[in-house]
Design a protein around this ligand. Sequence first.
Ligand code: NAP
Length: 250
Amino acid sequence: MNDRSDSLSGKVAFVTGGARSIGAAIVRRFASEGASVAFTYVSAQTKAEELVREIQEAGGVALAIRADSADVGAVKGAIAETIDAFGDIDIVVNNAGIANVKPYDQMTMEEFDQLVAVNFRAVFATIQAAGPQMTAGGRVINIGSINADWNPIPGNSAYAATKAAVAGLTRGLARDLAPKGVTVNTIQPGPIDTDMNPAEGPYASLVAGMVSLGRYGKPSEIASMAAYLASPEAGFITGATINVDGGVVI
Ligand SMILES: NC(=O)c1ccc[n+]([C@@H]2O[C@H](COP(=O)([O-])OP(=O)(O)OC[C@H]3O[C@@H](n4cnc5c(N)ncnc54)[C@H](OP(=O)(O)O)[C@@H]3O)[C@@H](O)[C@H]2O)c1
């Protein structure tokens, strides 16, 4: 964990897909700032348990919940479990996501539907379940992708479309939740070194050459922006899509 500070002290955060990669960096960062953090996983049970232990040993509070984002009932159940455990919900991070790079004429409709279910429908379902429970100062942070606006990789159209949909949803829900004093924003990462997109992976040389800073980002660099958006300092930012992408050349 980072050095502890108390900027999120007393807050309850919920992060989807929090056991590894970008999600785990956000969970660690929020916990290190004093939030009680519930997070979901679908397959990474051991990593989820290890992360909870790590946070508890550092004096933090964390709860891992198995919930498949493709299952709306499970997503809504995870929100309910978080509120049961911590009494409240202040910060929601929709991070869980899948990629499926495949020529458009070979992708099955089942694969297309799975991308939509995890990357887009679950985002709406989470906010639908959590929004009514949230109060002034609440924060919704969606993890979109720079691929909503920039697409150098062939076969990535369906993934890109789900992320563009998240940006559109963000603008709409920012209006809907504004009367409650809850902000809704999307972070659009560029290439980040994770299991999904390893810096040594098949797209590395193509992609890194299109990033002004000439490198992949780190999960902690997305967590930094999430921590800022979660903080009181970001109270006048809503409906925004914020690129954290090392300056991709669009
Ligand atoms: N890495 C990049 O370059 C990049 C760039 C732009 C945007 N993003 C976005 O950033 C987010 C995180 O990506 P990442 O790179 O950290 O991906 P990753 O390394 O593949 O990790 C994916 C995370 O999502 C969770 N997840 C996947 N399917 C799920 C499901 N059906 N239900 C619940 N959780 C599910 C995984 O849970 P388990 O651990 O349990 O499997 C895991 O925590 C995604 O939304 C992705 O689209 C990533």
